[in-house]
Design a protein around this ligand. Structure first.
Ligand SMILES: [Zn+2]
Ligand SMILES: [Zn+2]
Length: 376
Protein backbone atom coordinates (compact mmCIF):
# COMPACT_ATOMS: atom_id res chain seq x y z
CA UNK A 1 0.00 0.00 0.00
CA UNK A 2 1.23 3.50 -0.85
CA UNK A 3 2.30 5.44 2.21
CA UNK A 4 0.59 8.75 3.07
CA UNK A 5 2.56 11.81 1.87
CA UNK A 6 5.04 13.33 4.30
CA UNK A 7 4.08 16.65 5.90
CA UNK A 8 7.42 18.41 5.58
CA UNK A 9 6.42 21.44 7.66
CA UNK A 10 5.80 19.17 10.66
CA UNK A 11 8.90 17.03 10.05
CA UNK A 12 11.10 20.14 9.88
CA UNK A 13 9.40 21.83 12.80
CA UNK A 14 9.65 18.87 15.19
CA UNK A 15 13.24 18.04 14.14
CA UNK A 16 14.54 21.59 14.27
CA UNK A 17 12.95 22.51 17.60
CA UNK A 18 14.18 19.23 19.12
CA UNK A 19 17.73 19.58 17.74
CA UNK A 20 18.12 23.22 18.74
CA UNK A 21 16.70 22.47 22.21
CA UNK A 22 19.20 19.67 22.90
CA UNK A 23 22.17 21.70 21.58
CA UNK A 24 21.58 25.43 22.09
CA UNK A 25 20.01 25.19 25.55
CA UNK A 26 22.95 23.33 27.20
CA UNK A 27 25.54 25.35 25.22
CA UNK A 28 24.11 28.66 26.45
CA UNK A 29 23.85 27.27 29.99
CA UNK A 30 27.50 26.19 30.04
CA UNK A 31 28.75 29.39 28.36
CA UNK A 32 26.64 32.07 30.07
CA UNK A 33 24.53 30.26 32.67
CA UNK A 34 20.84 30.70 33.50
CA UNK A 35 19.44 32.76 36.35
CA UNK A 36 17.31 30.99 39.01
CA UNK A 37 14.45 33.32 38.05
CA UNK A 38 14.68 32.08 34.45
CA UNK A 39 14.34 28.47 35.66
CA UNK A 40 11.33 29.42 37.80
CA UNK A 41 9.72 31.13 34.80
CA UNK A 42 10.44 28.00 32.73
CA UNK A 43 8.61 25.77 35.26
CA UNK A 44 5.69 28.21 35.44
CA UNK A 45 5.43 28.23 31.62
CA UNK A 46 5.59 24.41 31.56
CA UNK A 47 2.62 24.26 33.93
CA UNK A 48 0.71 26.96 32.05
CA UNK A 49 1.03 25.22 28.67
CA UNK A 50 0.59 21.73 30.15
CA UNK A 51 -2.45 22.48 32.28
CA UNK A 52 -4.10 24.40 29.43
CA UNK A 53 -3.97 21.17 27.45
CA UNK A 54 -5.01 18.79 30.26
CA UNK A 55 -7.62 20.92 32.05
CA UNK A 56 -8.67 22.93 28.98
CA UNK A 57 -8.31 21.01 25.71
CA UNK A 58 -8.72 17.56 27.25
CA UNK A 59 -11.06 17.53 30.24
CA UNK A 60 -13.08 20.71 29.52
CA UNK A 61 -13.48 20.73 25.73
CA UNK A 62 -12.84 17.20 24.45
CA UNK A 63 -14.71 15.44 27.29
CA UNK A 64 -16.97 18.13 28.81
CA UNK A 65 -16.06 16.83 32.28
CA UNK A 66 -16.99 20.21 33.79
CA UNK A 67 -17.97 23.77 32.82
CA UNK A 68 -15.59 26.73 33.11
CA UNK A 69 -16.04 30.48 33.32
CA UNK A 70 -15.37 32.26 29.97
CA UNK A 71 -12.31 34.02 31.46
CA UNK A 72 -10.79 30.63 32.33
CA UNK A 73 -11.60 29.42 28.83
CA UNK A 74 -9.72 32.38 27.30
CA UNK A 75 -6.72 31.63 29.56
CA UNK A 76 -6.78 27.98 28.40
CA UNK A 77 -7.21 28.99 24.74
CA UNK A 78 -4.07 31.16 24.97
CA UNK A 79 -2.18 28.46 26.89
CA UNK A 80 -3.19 25.88 24.29
CA UNK A 81 -1.75 28.06 21.51
CA UNK A 82 1.38 28.46 23.69
CA UNK A 83 1.63 24.61 23.84
CA UNK A 84 1.33 24.50 20.02
CA UNK A 85 -0.81 21.40 19.74
CA UNK A 86 -3.24 22.68 17.11
CA UNK A 87 -6.48 24.50 17.89
CA UNK A 88 -8.74 23.27 20.71
CA UNK A 89 -11.41 22.41 18.11
CA UNK A 90 -9.05 20.26 16.06
CA UNK A 91 -7.37 18.66 19.09
CA UNK A 92 -10.71 17.79 20.71
CA UNK A 93 -12.16 16.41 17.50
CA UNK A 94 -9.11 14.13 17.01
CA UNK A 95 -9.27 13.09 20.64
CA UNK A 96 -12.94 12.16 20.47
CA UNK A 97 -12.14 9.91 17.50
CA UNK A 98 -9.29 8.37 19.56
CA UNK A 99 -11.75 7.49 22.34
CA UNK A 100 -14.46 6.28 19.98
CA UNK A 101 -12.15 4.01 17.97
CA UNK A 102 -9.31 3.40 20.42
CA UNK A 103 -6.65 0.99 19.06
CA UNK A 104 -8.28 0.75 15.62
CA UNK A 105 -5.17 0.97 13.39
CA UNK A 106 -7.03 2.93 10.70
CA UNK A 107 -9.67 5.00 12.54
CA UNK A 108 -7.83 5.90 15.78
CA UNK A 109 -5.66 8.89 14.71
CA UNK A 110 -2.88 7.90 17.12
CA UNK A 111 -3.53 4.18 17.54
CA UNK A 112 -1.04 2.59 19.93
CA UNK A 113 -1.51 -0.65 17.99
CA UNK A 114 0.56 0.98 15.21
CA UNK A 115 3.59 1.09 17.51
CA UNK A 116 5.35 3.54 19.82
CA UNK A 117 6.73 5.86 17.13
CA UNK A 118 3.40 6.23 15.31
CA UNK A 119 1.36 6.95 18.44
CA UNK A 120 3.99 9.33 19.83
CA UNK A 121 4.73 11.53 16.83
CA UNK A 122 4.60 9.52 13.59
CA UNK A 123 0.89 10.18 13.14
CA UNK A 124 1.63 13.89 12.67
CA UNK A 125 4.50 13.44 10.21
CA UNK A 126 2.42 12.06 7.32
CA UNK A 127 -0.94 13.15 5.98
CA UNK A 128 -2.88 10.14 7.30
CA UNK A 129 -6.13 12.05 7.74
CA UNK A 130 -6.38 13.45 4.19
CA UNK A 131 -9.77 15.01 3.55
CA UNK A 132 -10.95 14.13 7.06
CA UNK A 133 -8.50 16.69 8.50
CA UNK A 134 -11.05 19.52 8.62
CA UNK A 135 -14.06 17.36 9.54
CA UNK A 136 -15.31 18.59 12.88
CA UNK A 137 -18.74 16.94 12.73
CA UNK A 138 -18.06 15.19 16.06
CA UNK A 139 -17.50 18.56 17.75
CA UNK A 140 -20.65 20.51 16.89
CA UNK A 141 -20.97 21.56 20.54
CA UNK A 142 -17.52 23.17 20.36
CA UNK A 143 -18.40 24.92 17.11
CA UNK A 144 -20.98 26.82 19.15
CA UNK A 145 -18.39 27.83 21.75
CA UNK A 146 -17.25 31.40 21.06
CA UNK A 147 -13.87 31.06 22.80
CA UNK A 148 -13.04 27.82 20.98
CA UNK A 149 -13.99 29.28 17.60
CA UNK A 150 -12.16 32.56 18.26
CA UNK A 151 -9.00 30.56 19.06
CA UNK A 152 -9.52 28.35 15.98
CA UNK A 153 -9.85 31.36 13.65
CA UNK A 154 -6.81 33.20 15.02
CA UNK A 155 -4.76 30.13 15.93
CA UNK A 156 -1.49 30.93 14.12
CA UNK A 157 -1.49 34.55 15.28
CA UNK A 158 -2.02 33.36 18.87
CA UNK A 159 0.76 30.78 18.50
CA UNK A 160 3.25 33.47 17.47
CA UNK A 161 1.98 35.96 20.02
CA UNK A 162 2.26 33.56 22.95
CA UNK A 163 5.40 31.65 21.94
CA UNK A 164 7.42 34.78 21.22
CA UNK A 165 5.52 37.30 23.35
CA UNK A 166 5.44 35.47 26.70
CA UNK A 167 9.17 34.51 26.87
CA UNK A 168 10.16 37.93 25.50
CA UNK A 169 8.07 39.77 28.07
CA UNK A 170 9.38 37.59 30.91
CA UNK A 171 12.95 38.03 29.64
CA UNK A 172 12.64 41.83 29.59
CA UNK A 173 11.01 41.83 33.05
CA UNK A 174 13.65 39.56 34.59
CA UNK A 175 16.63 40.88 32.60
CA UNK A 176 17.59 37.71 30.69
CA UNK A 177 16.01 37.82 27.22
CA UNK A 178 18.08 35.15 25.43
CA UNK A 179 18.06 32.78 28.42
CA UNK A 180 14.28 33.14 28.70
CA UNK A 181 13.71 32.61 24.97
CA UNK A 182 15.75 29.41 25.21
CA UNK A 183 14.25 28.01 28.44
CA UNK A 184 10.67 29.32 28.63
CA UNK A 185 10.41 29.49 24.83
CA UNK A 186 12.25 26.65 23.14
CA UNK A 187 12.91 24.01 25.82
CA UNK A 188 9.46 24.49 27.35
CA UNK A 189 7.82 24.04 23.93
CA UNK A 190 9.68 20.83 23.08
CA UNK A 191 9.24 19.28 26.53
CA UNK A 192 5.59 20.18 26.93
CA UNK A 193 4.81 18.74 23.48
CA UNK A 194 6.61 15.45 24.15
CA UNK A 195 5.07 15.15 27.61
CA UNK A 196 1.61 15.31 26.01
CA UNK A 197 2.70 12.87 23.28
CA UNK A 198 3.72 10.42 26.04
CA UNK A 199 0.03 10.02 26.89
CA UNK A 200 -0.68 8.69 23.40
CA UNK A 201 2.39 6.47 23.32
CA UNK A 202 3.73 5.42 26.75
CA UNK A 203 0.33 5.54 28.53
CA UNK A 204 -0.91 2.95 26.02
CA UNK A 205 2.10 0.65 26.50
CA UNK A 206 3.48 0.79 30.04
CA UNK A 207 1.44 0.36 33.23
CA UNK A 208 -1.43 -1.60 34.72
CA UNK A 209 -5.00 -2.14 33.54
CA UNK A 210 -7.18 -2.37 36.67
CA UNK A 211 -10.42 -1.00 35.16
CA UNK A 212 -10.57 -2.58 31.71
CA UNK A 213 -8.45 -4.78 29.50
CA UNK A 214 -10.58 -4.06 26.44
CA UNK A 215 -8.10 -1.42 25.22
CA UNK A 216 -4.38 -0.71 25.50
CA UNK A 217 -4.68 2.29 27.89
CA UNK A 218 -2.60 1.94 31.06
CA UNK A 219 -2.52 3.46 34.55
CA UNK A 220 0.98 4.72 35.26
CA UNK A 221 1.64 6.83 38.36
CA UNK A 222 5.19 7.68 37.25
CA UNK A 223 3.96 9.09 33.94
CA UNK A 224 1.37 11.15 35.83
CA UNK A 225 4.29 13.18 37.27
CA UNK A 226 5.15 14.51 33.79
CA UNK A 227 1.64 14.77 32.41
CA UNK A 228 -0.11 16.83 35.08
CA UNK A 229 -2.00 13.75 36.28
CA UNK A 230 -2.94 12.17 32.96
CA UNK A 231 -0.92 9.02 33.57
CA UNK A 232 -4.03 7.30 34.96
CA UNK A 233 -5.08 6.57 31.42
CA UNK A 234 -6.74 3.18 31.95
CA UNK A 235 -9.28 4.79 34.30
CA UNK A 236 -9.65 7.71 31.89
CA UNK A 237 -10.47 5.55 28.87
CA UNK A 238 -13.35 3.79 30.61
CA UNK A 239 -14.69 6.82 32.52
CA UNK A 240 -13.71 9.62 30.12
CA UNK A 241 -16.21 12.21 31.33
CA UNK A 242 -14.89 12.14 34.91
CA UNK A 243 -13.03 15.38 35.70
CA UNK A 244 -10.44 13.28 37.55
CA UNK A 245 -7.89 10.88 36.08
CA UNK A 246 -6.23 9.88 39.34
CA UNK A 247 -9.18 9.12 41.62
CA UNK A 248 -7.43 8.37 44.92
CA UNK A 249 -6.52 11.39 47.06
CA UNK A 250 -2.84 10.40 46.87
CA UNK A 251 -2.81 10.12 43.08
CA UNK A 252 -0.73 12.96 41.63
CA UNK A 253 -3.29 14.75 39.47
CA UNK A 254 -2.69 18.54 39.60
CA UNK A 255 -5.25 19.01 36.81
CA UNK A 256 -7.95 17.56 39.10
CA UNK A 257 -6.78 19.71 42.02
CA UNK A 258 -6.81 22.85 39.88
CA UNK A 259 -10.34 22.14 38.63
CA UNK A 260 -11.46 21.63 42.23
CA UNK A 261 -9.87 24.92 43.32
CA UNK A 262 -11.54 26.68 40.38
CA UNK A 263 -14.89 25.18 41.44
CA UNK A 264 -14.31 26.40 44.99
CA UNK A 265 -13.69 29.90 43.62
CA UNK A 266 -16.84 29.77 41.48
CA UNK A 267 -14.87 29.60 38.22
CA UNK A 268 -15.80 25.99 37.39
CA UNK A 269 -19.03 24.06 37.84
CA UNK A 270 -20.84 20.78 37.04
CA UNK A 271 -17.79 18.63 37.86
CA UNK A 272 -18.63 15.09 36.72
CA UNK A 273 -17.65 12.16 38.96
CA UNK A 274 -18.19 8.50 38.20
CA UNK A 275 -20.26 6.76 40.91
CA UNK A 276 -18.19 4.49 43.20
CA UNK A 277 -20.43 1.56 42.29
CA UNK A 278 -19.45 1.72 38.60
CA UNK A 279 -15.75 2.09 39.41
CA UNK A 280 -15.69 -0.85 41.85
CA UNK A 281 -17.78 -2.98 39.49
CA UNK A 282 -15.35 -2.33 36.60
CA UNK A 283 -12.39 -3.27 38.79
CA UNK A 284 -14.05 -6.47 40.06
CA UNK A 285 -15.10 -7.52 36.56
CA UNK A 286 -11.62 -6.92 35.14
CA UNK A 287 -10.03 -9.01 37.89
CA UNK A 288 -12.64 -11.74 37.48
CA UNK A 289 -11.90 -11.97 33.73
CA UNK A 290 -8.16 -12.02 34.33
CA UNK A 291 -8.35 -14.83 36.93
CA UNK A 292 -10.83 -16.80 34.81
CA UNK A 293 -8.54 -16.74 31.78
CA UNK A 294 -5.61 -17.96 33.88
CA UNK A 295 -7.67 -20.70 35.55
CA UNK A 296 -8.93 -21.91 32.19
CA UNK A 297 -5.38 -23.06 31.45
CA UNK A 298 -5.34 -25.33 34.52
CA UNK A 299 -6.76 -28.87 34.52
CA UNK A 300 -9.63 -29.50 36.96
CA UNK A 301 -10.20 -25.87 37.82
CA UNK A 302 -13.99 -26.13 38.02
CA UNK A 303 -14.15 -25.93 41.84
CA UNK A 304 -11.92 -22.90 41.85
CA UNK A 305 -14.02 -21.21 39.16
CA UNK A 306 -17.21 -21.88 41.11
CA UNK A 307 -15.67 -20.42 44.26
CA UNK A 308 -14.46 -17.40 42.29
CA UNK A 309 -17.93 -16.69 40.91
CA UNK A 310 -19.58 -17.14 44.32
CA UNK A 311 -17.23 -14.61 45.90
CA UNK A 312 -17.74 -12.24 42.96
CA UNK A 313 -21.53 -12.34 43.39
CA UNK A 314 -21.22 -11.67 47.15
CA UNK A 315 -18.89 -8.74 46.42
CA UNK A 316 -21.37 -7.19 43.98
CA UNK A 317 -24.26 -7.62 46.43
CA UNK A 318 -22.31 -5.95 49.24
CA UNK A 319 -21.27 -3.17 46.89
CA UNK A 320 -24.87 -2.59 45.83
CA UNK A 321 -26.07 -2.58 49.46
CA UNK A 322 -23.51 -0.04 50.56
CA UNK A 323 -24.03 2.21 47.52
CA UNK A 324 -27.83 2.28 47.82
CA UNK A 325 -27.58 3.36 51.49
CA UNK A 326 -24.97 5.93 50.44
CA UNK A 327 -27.55 7.42 48.04
CA UNK A 328 -30.21 7.46 50.75
CA UNK A 329 -27.79 9.14 53.11
CA UNK A 330 -26.98 11.88 50.58
CA UNK A 331 -30.69 12.55 50.07
CA UNK A 332 -31.29 12.52 53.83
CA UNK A 333 -28.58 15.13 54.32
CA UNK A 334 -30.45 17.46 51.94
CA UNK A 335 -33.77 16.82 53.67
CA UNK A 336 -34.15 19.30 56.51
CA UNK A 337 -37.42 17.68 57.64
CA UNK A 338 -35.86 14.33 58.49
CA UNK A 339 -35.23 13.82 62.22
CA UNK A 340 -31.64 13.88 63.40
CA UNK A 341 -31.94 10.40 64.96
CA UNK A 342 -33.08 8.93 61.61
CA UNK A 343 -30.06 10.48 59.92
CA UNK A 344 -27.83 8.97 62.60
CA UNK A 345 -29.36 5.53 62.13
CA UNK A 346 -28.82 5.78 58.37
CA UNK A 347 -25.21 6.87 58.88
CA UNK A 348 -24.58 3.92 61.18
CA UNK A 349 -26.10 1.52 58.64
CA UNK A 350 -23.96 3.07 55.91
CA UNK A 351 -20.77 2.65 57.94
CA UNK A 352 -21.58 -0.99 58.70
CA UNK A 353 -22.35 -1.80 55.06
CA UNK A 354 -19.20 -0.05 53.88
CA UNK A 355 -17.14 -2.06 56.34
CA UNK A 356 -18.80 -5.28 55.15
CA UNK A 357 -18.03 -4.35 51.55
CA UNK A 358 -14.40 -3.51 52.34
CA UNK A 359 -13.98 -6.83 54.19
CA UNK A 360 -15.43 -8.74 51.23
CA UNK A 361 -13.20 -6.75 48.87
CA UNK A 362 -10.10 -7.79 50.85
CA UNK A 363 -11.26 -11.43 50.80
CA UNK A 364 -11.94 -11.15 47.04
CA UNK A 365 -8.50 -9.68 46.33
CA UNK A 366 -6.81 -12.34 48.47
CA UNK A 367 -8.71 -15.13 46.71
CA UNK A 368 -7.72 -13.80 43.28
CA UNK A 369 -4.09 -13.41 44.34
CA UNK A 370 -4.08 -17.02 45.61
CA UNK A 371 -5.69 -18.40 42.45
CA UNK A 372 -3.44 -16.34 40.15
CA UNK A 373 -0.39 -17.57 42.04
CA UNK A 374 -1.54 -21.18 41.73
CA UNK A 375 -2.08 -20.70 37.99
CA UNK A 376 1.24 -18.95 37.40
ZN1 LIG B 1 -5.65 7.23 25.03
ZN1 LIG C 1 -9.36 11.60 26.78
Amino acid sequence: MKKAPIIWTNVLFFSLTFLTAVTLVPWYGVTYGYEVSTWIAFVACMFYAGLSITAGYHRLWAHKAYDAHPVIQVIFALGGAFALQNSALHWSSDHRVHHGHVDDPIKDPYAATNGFWFSHIGWMLRDYQGEKYGDYSNARDLQKNEVVMWQHRHYMKLVLLTNIGIPLLLGVMLGDVIGMLLLAGLLRLVLSQHFTFFINSVAHIWGSRPYTEKNTARDNGFLALFTYGEGYHNFHHIFASDYRNGIKWYHYDPTKWMIRVMAFMGLASKLKRTPVERIERAKAETLLNKTQVRLAKLPLAQDKLTLLHQEYEILLKKLQGFCSVQKQLLEAKKNAMLAQCDKHALLKQYQELEQAFQAQKQAWLALNARLLKAAA
